[in-house]
Design a protein. Structure first.
Length: 500
């Protein structure tokens, strides 16, 4: 009721508990009545030829015998004063394993710890109590049972299941005590045999040592039996095949020994099998179970470790996936970045080329602007208008590109190699109109400044094709070339003066 925190005591009451409490009250209520009160007790005396005797017996005798039922309180005292019951750690472990700490558990523990002491105390107590109660029941009708030593003799003989019959109880009370003593004696004898057999049993270490010694002896016997079989086989072969005259008696003797060696070999093998079967006892099975439990625990620990490692790998994979996603986004932006970088590079190269070759840049700009309005004819007509009108090669604003291509100055206008101090020819088929004088000390300009040589292959191809396809006469070409040379000489002189 206290453990369950019940408010009313009637909640915790059941029929079993009510019966138990009533029985305890009845046992504890028995007590001798104050004063002297007697009753007539009539019984048949078995040791006096069946005579019937009556005696006045006080009521204290009949009331004192049931008082021994109070001995159950000893078990309760043992429970309440036991270390297993009073120790908090033991109670906690028992609660976790669903063990109920009661009198039965305490008695089992005592029988495991000190079985001999428990049995000795129980048998001596039972012997003394049974002797006193038997004397109380028999002393009024028979003077022989009035002696306590005779009562103890009768109880001892009955307890050991011997029963000589020299002293017998007369009353039904004494006979009941004798029967109870016999039953208690049988139980105590069985417990005593079990305790002694447990004490005589070999321990685990002793059993392993014994099995090892027996195994060693059986191995030696097996080797000796196998050697005897081989020896007798050789002797039989020797006395039957390797001798000139066969002795039948000796051959039979060796054959008999051969059979005995085979039987001994079989017997040793059978003993080894029995020894191995006896070695696999419950103790070894318990040891094997503990080993298996340790292995399973180790496997469980390794499994947990593997799970942790797999979780770490999964986290790493998630990080790699995120990095790959970001890398994919950067790869998608890579073409735009490359295009922008290439545009910047082309712009820088154009600026560098314009800086290194300003005349070429001007010529390319002029050729680009004159391509839609008449090619190079309009530009050349300013320097030699008479030539263009006399030879009918002048090109108007709306002239075609074919007439400009036939004009010998078209190649000069389209060529980027104008006379300049930093212009270096790169094609072997092209010669400058005003070549740079060769220095007697320095190497050629192309070898000194290879990075200043422009890419002029495209312009040279255009001027070369214009020169090849020209269908003008030799005289007109010579005249036009002389006029162009004069104009270019003037322009070169102005450029030279400007640079100087």
């Amino acid at each position: 009721m206290i453990d369950n925190c019940a408010d009313d005591w009637r909640i915790a009451m059941t029929w079993q508990r009510i019966a138990q409490i009533s029985l305890e009250l009845a046992i504890c209520a028995i007590h001798p009545i104050p004063g002297e009160y007697y009753f007539l007790w009539t019984t048949k005396l078995a040791n006096r030829n069946g005579d019937i005797g009556s005696k006045w017996v006080p009521y204290d005798v009949t009331l004192s015998l049931p008082m021994f039922f109070r001995l159950y309180l000893i078990c309760r005292v043992m429970l309440l004063h036991s270390k297993l019951f009073t120790d908090a750690s033991s109670r906690s472990i028992g609660a976790l394993n669903r063990i109920n700490f009661n009198t039965r558990f305490v008695l089992k523990t005592l029988m495991t710890i000190c079985p001999g002491t428990v049995l000795l105390v129980f048998m001596v107590s039972l012997w003394i109590i049974a002797s006193w109660t038997l004397r109380q029941c028999e002393r009024f009708h028979d003077e022989e049972h009035a002696n306590l030593l005779n009562a103890m003799w009768l109880i001892a003989i009955t307890f050991l299941s011997v029963g000589f019959g020299d002293i017998v109880p007369n009353t039904y009370c004494g006979r009941g005590i004798a029967v109870s003593t016999g039953m208690m004696g049988a139980g105590c004898t069985a417990l005593l045999v079990a305790v002694v057999s447990r004490k005589l049993e070999l321990t685990r270490a002793e059993k392993h040592v014994h099995n090892f010694m027996m195994d060693t002896q059986l191995t030696k016997r097996l080797k000796n039996a196998a050697a005897n079989v081989l020896r007798e086989t050789w002797l039989i072969y020797k006395h039957t095949r390797l001798v000139k005259r066969v002795n039948p008696g000796r051959v039979r003797t060796h054959q008999r020994k051969f059979l005995l060696a085979i039987y001994a070999l079989r017997k040793v093998k059978m003993d080894q099998r029995k020894l191995m079967d006896n070695a696999n006892t419950i103790t070894d099975m318990a040891k094997t179970q503990n080993t298996v439990y340790e292995i399973v625990s180790d496997m469980s620990t390794r499994h947990d470790t593997m799970e942790e490692r797999l979780e770490g790998l999964q986290n790493h994979l998630v990080g790699l996936e995120e990095k790959l996603t970001s890398l994919q986004g950067q790869m998608e932006l890579l073409p735009e970045e490359l295009t922008r970088c290439l545009a910047q590079h082309a712009e820088r190269m154009e600026q560098r080329r314009n800086f290194l070759h300003p005349d070429t840049a001007v010529a390319m700009a002029a050729s680009g602007s004159s391509g839609g309005g008449g090619g190079c004819g309009g530009g050349c007509s300013g320097g030699g208008g008479a030539i263009s009108s006399g030879t009918s090669l002048g090109v108007s604003g709306g002239g075609s590109i074919t007439s400009a291509a036939h004009h010998p100055l078209a190649s000069l206008c389209n060529s980027p190699l104008l006379p300049h101090s930093r212009s270096v020819p790169s094609a072997p088929s092209t010669t400058s109109l005003h070549p740079w004088p060769v220095s007697p000390v320095l190497p050629p300009v192309s070898s000194r400044t290879p990075h200043l040589v422009p890419e002029t292959g495209r312009h040279y191809g255009l001027s070369h094709s214009a020169t090849v396809t020209s269908t003008t006469s030799q005289s007109a070409t010579r005249l036009t070339s002389q006029a162009g040379m004069g104009g270019l000489g003037n322009s070169q002189g102005s450029d030279t003066s400007a640079h100087s």
